[in-house]
Design a protein around this ligand. Structure first.
Ligand code: MF3
Ligand code: CO
Length: 248
């Protein structure tokens, strides 16, 4: 959607703030021995305590309020009472919240205790790739400028970007026009206009870009078993400086 008045902007910003505060709190809970289900329960309660509604739960039948994707899991991992985090894991947590009709969406990948240098670098490069993409979210650019910035940074560092999932417009719905691929797609480019709300979300693999989906119908994993990282922000396109709403 295009944000066109201050009331709408305030509600959207509030939704995004609930997302950011909850992800920040979840970051403080990450340690060996915690289950992904504990993270889910905490997040669901925290979001509701702030008058937000988690939007992933029930979306196309998705069963949980957050996605928890560990190591070779790329996105859409389902929280589980039997998945215990262990030292050296990395975990991507994705959360979408509706507040007063407006939706914010963000994801962070956290280390569980000390992690390998490879894992650290993958997380760093993915988060940088997101920042490079965000910097292109200015009026007059096209979606492909965001894609090129993300893909360039990931591939310059020897990694690959996932093709099977993309970022998206959002606002009143979780997924709106346009799609934001993390790789350059020449046809159907889309001009960025002042006020357009976007979720930019690179998924970067240490190995190849191919993914497959597990038997639960949701959990996407790297086809070659390599590590994957995911970072996402909700951003408003502006004339000069993009407005990132899911940062504290
Ligand atoms: N951030 C992801 C997305 O925009 C998470 C969606 S999980 C789902 O697609 F369960 F809602 F699908
Ligand atoms: Co998203």
């Amino acid at each position: 959607m295009i944000i066109s008045n201050e009331d709408d902007r305030k509600n959207l910003a509030r939704a995004c703030r609930i997302v950011a505060e909850t992800l920040y709190a979840l970051g403080g809970m990450i340690r060996p021995g915690v289950t992904t289900k504990e993270l889910e329960l905490f997040a669901d309660e925290m979001v509701r305590s702030k008058s937000g509604v988690p939007v992933f739960k029930g979306y196309r039948g998705y069963p949980s309020s957050i996605c928890t994707s560990v190591n070779e899991q790329v996105v859409h991992g389902i929280p589980s009472a039997t998945r215990y985090l262990k030292e050296g894991d990395i975990i991507g947590i994705d959360l979408g919240v509706k507040y007063n009709g407006f939706i914010g969406d963000s994801a962070v990948t956290f280390p569980v205790g000390p992690v390998s240098d490879d894992a650290k670098r993958l997380m760093e490069v993915t988060s940088e790739a997101l920042e490079h993409g965000i910097a292109k979210a200015v009026a007059g650019n096209n979606v492909s400028d965001i894609s090129a910035a993300v893909q360039g940074h990931a591939e310059d560092n020897g990694y690959s970007v996932v093709r099977a999932f993309v970022g998206h417009g959002l606002g009143r719905e979780l997924h709106e026009e346009p799609q934001i691929p993390n790789y350059v797609v020449k046809k159907n480019d889309y001009p960025l206009k002042e006020g357009l709300v976007l979720a930019i979300e690179p998924m970067v693999n240490a190995g190849g870009f191919e993914v497959s989906v597990l038997g639960d119908g949701w959990t996407a994993v790297t086809a070659d078993g390599s590590l994957s990282a995911h970072f996402e922000h909700t951003v408003v396109v502006r004339d000069k400086v993009p407005e990132v709403l899911t940062k504290l």
